[in-house]
Design a protein around this ligand. Structure first.
Ligand code: NAD
Length: 541
């Protein structure tokens, strides 16, 4: 049962020489097998396999964890709080056709499985992903957070109009106990003007340094008041406009701290929250598309070894796109254009009806097919090929050339009547053999907040887990120190539309590659290696 609480540490035991269990840790050996490739003239590849031995060490004790949502009074925020409370108190509700029990469907961790291997009869054995390593159960998260709207959470849930009335009715008293959100930071220029009438719960003044200190204090107070070992801070507030990246303002750790002190106008509320979290050692995740993580914030996270992840929840249309685009390109079919239309009627849609906020969303939705296109130079001309072609025809060196790419547009319109039920329409128009054309049309009706809430849980729980995983490279000798993972948690990419990755490394948007990476990493932490999809035993005598 997806809500059943038990100790996952006891669910899976690996008996092998690569895995050692102590009361405190699970330690595993892992061989990272890679390949160094040299591409030679004439399209020849010379490959040297690489072998790097690692050890992972995961703390077994699950800390008492708090989740502080920025934007807790919104559709996602209230849906998440109400869903956890319904699960925790086992509240069932009547719909017009049935009695519905609470669950965590849509959560990769709580509602999907991982293949472990074969049983004695040769059949596949699957276990819940959440059983692989000790993880926080969503029911155990201590909830709190901020909102610029001071509506108490029960009233905010009603305003969101996401959940069935019979559930709202029963869960409302529990939300009421949580009271109203903490006052938040409001810089009107960052979100749409149409949000102004919501902003009745704001930290006074315009001094960004003082705002930073207040948020840091809120995190500390919440931790102390609830006796927590760990707090995750999650931005599920309105989409902000992009911040301008200006040298000396937000490009280095020192610059961003100074810019907050000087209340520079290009520091967004979400960036103040990110910096406060980093300074408090609380993992911070950005569930919206804006560029909260300006270069200076990433450098600050590196300096403090504090974890960050983002950007933008990948709930409906983009998730499907990252599957379909990969399917087409990997099948050797060439998408010529991908045209996406959305309309939605919730407050997020209202905010996105403003141009600068829409632009943030457009950027985060647009890059999703880039890596799949770049992976197939048989279908799409590379940058160098386009460059050479243009040079040959014009006789001059051309600047800012891009590799060949499908036309890709994203339109979002605010249609109040459909409320939280977003409609996404996508056309994939592709070239097939002999100059033929293939068109796929998708109409996807997404109950936005019901799809997004499980992702917030997955991101929170995984981020917490990844703070407990340390590693060391055994090539540095058997006495090397264990280190925490790199602060930008790109292993969270599966749930994110525009995954933030270590600067200088490639973004992976393919949903199946993102899931594989996560599966393989979690398995590596318990000493299981290799791709289960080879199924070699089924292909030999
Ligand atoms: P919402 O408008 O219902 O909720 C946002 C909340 O944030 C509101 O209550 C608002 O008052 C509050 N807020 C705004 N600025 C704030 C600030 N500076 N500090 C604290 N609170 C602030 O929106 P939602 O549907 O819950 O979506 C939340 C975010 O998640 C949006 O940015 C949206 O783009 C993003 N997102 C949602 C989905 C989805 O499927 N629901 C998918 C991807 C991304």
């Amino acid at each position: 049962h997806p809500t059943a609480a038990r100790s996952p540490a006891d669910a899976i035991t690996v008996q092998g020489e690569n895995t050692i269990y102590t009361d405190e840790y699970i330690t595993s050996k892992f061989i990272n097998r890679g390949a160094d490739v040299v591409v030679q003239e004439g399209g020849r590849y010379v490959i040297k396999p690489t072998v790097t031995p690692f050890e992972f060490r995961t703390q077994r004790k699950v800390p008492r964890t708090g989740l502080m949502l920025v934007g807790i009074g919104g559709n996602n925020g209230t849906t998440l709080v109400a869903t956890i409370l319904a699960n925790r108190h086992n509240i069932a509700w009547h719909t017009k056709s049935t009695i519905q029990r609470p669950n965590y469907i849509g959560s990769l961790l709580r509602a999907s499985t991982i293949r472990l291997g074969l049983d004695e009869t040769g059949k596949d054995v699957y276990a819940p992903l959440s059983d692989l390593l000790p993880m926080v159960h969503p029911n155990d998260l201590v909830l709190g957070g901020w909102d610029i709207s001071g509506a108490p959470l029960d009233a905010a849930m009603k305003r969101a109009a996401v959940l069935e009335w019979d559930l709202q009715r029963q869960v409302a008293p529990y939300l009421k106990q949580l009271g109203a959100p903490l006052p938040s930071i409001y810089y009107p220029d960052y979100i749409a003007a149409n949000q102004e009438d919501r902003a009745d719960n704001v930290i006074p003044g315009t001094n960004k340094g003082a705002h930073l200190e207040q948020i840091r204090k809120d995190i500390r107070d919440f931790k102390a008041a609830n006796n927590l070992d760990q707090v995750i801070v999650f931005w599920t507030a309105n989409t902000e406009r992009y911040s301008e990246i200006i040298p000396g303002v937000n490009d280095t750790a020192e610059a961003i701290l100074a810019s907050i002190e000087n209340s520079h106008e290009e520091v967004a509320p979400s960036t103040v929250f990110a910096v406060a979290s980093i300074l408090e050692g609380a993992p911070f995740i950005n569930g919206a598309p804006q560029n909260t993580f300006v270069p200076g914030v990433i450098k600050l996270a590196e300096q403090y070894k504090s974890f960050i992840g983002g950007d933008d929840l990948k709930s409906g249309q983009t998730k499907l796109k990252s599957v379909l685009a990969e399917f087409l390109v990997n099948a050797g079919i060439k998408p010529l254009s991908i045209a996406s239309y959305n309309h939605l009627g919730n407050n997020d849609g209202r905010n996105l009806s403003s141009q600068r906020q829409f632009r943030s969303k457009e950027i985060s939705k647009s890059s999703v097919v880039d890596d799949m296109v770049a992976a197939n130079h048989l279908l799409y001309k590379t940058k160098a090929e386009v460059e050479a072609e243009q040079e040959a025809s014009t006789g001059e060196k051309v600047k800012d050339v891009k590799g060949e790419h499908p036309d890709h547009i994203v339109v979002i319109k605010y249609v109040p009547a459909v409320g939280d039920s977003k409609r996404a329409i996508d056309e994939y128009y592709s070239e097939i053999m002999g100059g033929g054309r293939s068109t796929i049309n998708i109409f996807n009706e997404c109950e936005d907040s019901l799809l997004a809430t499980p992702l917030i849980l997955d991101l929170t729980i995984l981020a917490e887990l990844l703070t407990r995983v340390n590693y060391r490279e055994l090539t540095n000798g058997p006495d090397a120190d264990f280190k925490p993972l790199y602060p930008v948690l790109s292993l969270l990419s599966y749930m994110l539309k525009a995954p933030l990755v270590k600067p200088g490394t490639d973004v992976v948007n393919s949903l199946s590659r993102q899931r594989n990476a996560l599966e393989m990493f979690l398995k590596a932490c318990i000493g299981l290696e290799g791709s289960s999809d080879l199924l070699l035993e089924t292909r030999i005598w």
